[in-house]
Write a protein that binds this ligand. Structure first.
Ligand SMILES: [Zn+2]
Length: 154
């Protein structure tokens, strides 16, 4: 069964059990399985008892929770690179600031050490957050690399 045919039949189903061919396609096709699950969620939401008239907000919110998508917890790679670029540019630009050039010669190491520590802490925090938030990605890449190495050795 093709995906187009599956979606056509899915639209035609009226709260009845899907035929065996459709069930087999759902098991083998993640995209259609997601589509079928989304449609089922929408139908379930439509069939909820009328809670709009209820004055108590808690059951209304609780009834809607399964249909609300999870909050976005990941930061896109573009934003990571942007933040890293801003950090790098600020590390390069700070010694060139006119205020920095006025203060630095008078205070010497008393000024440079704290500035270096703050910049070092920022770079460490950025690097640590980047690595921690991309552990899954690094793990996947390492496994793929190990798989290629094992394939080469064999
Ligand atoms: Zn499909």
């Amino acid at each position: 069964m093709t995906c187009e045919r599956f979606l056509e039949l899915l639209d035609g189903l009226d709260n009845e059990k899907p035929p065996a061919a459709m069930a087999a396609h759902v098991r083998s096709c993640p995209a259609c399985a997601r589509r079928a699950a989304a449609l089922q969620s929408a139908v379930d939401l439509y069939r909820l008892p009328d809670i709009a008239g209820s004055s108590n907000m808690v059951p209304r919110v609780a009834a809607m929770l399964p249909f609300v998508s999870a909050p976005r917890r990941s930061v896109s790679m573009r934003n990571w690179l942007g933040a890293g670029f801003v950090l790098l540019v600020s590390m390069i630009m700070i010694p060139g600031l006119s205020a920095f050039m006025v203060i630095a010669p008078d205070l010497g190491a008393d000024f440079m050490v704290p500035v270096s520590l703050v910049l070092g802490c920022l770079v460490t925090a950025y690097s640590g957050l980047f690595v921690v938030s991309h552990l899954d990605d690094f793990s996947r890449r390492l496994k793929a690399y190990q798989g290629r190495q094992a394939h080469k050795a064999a």
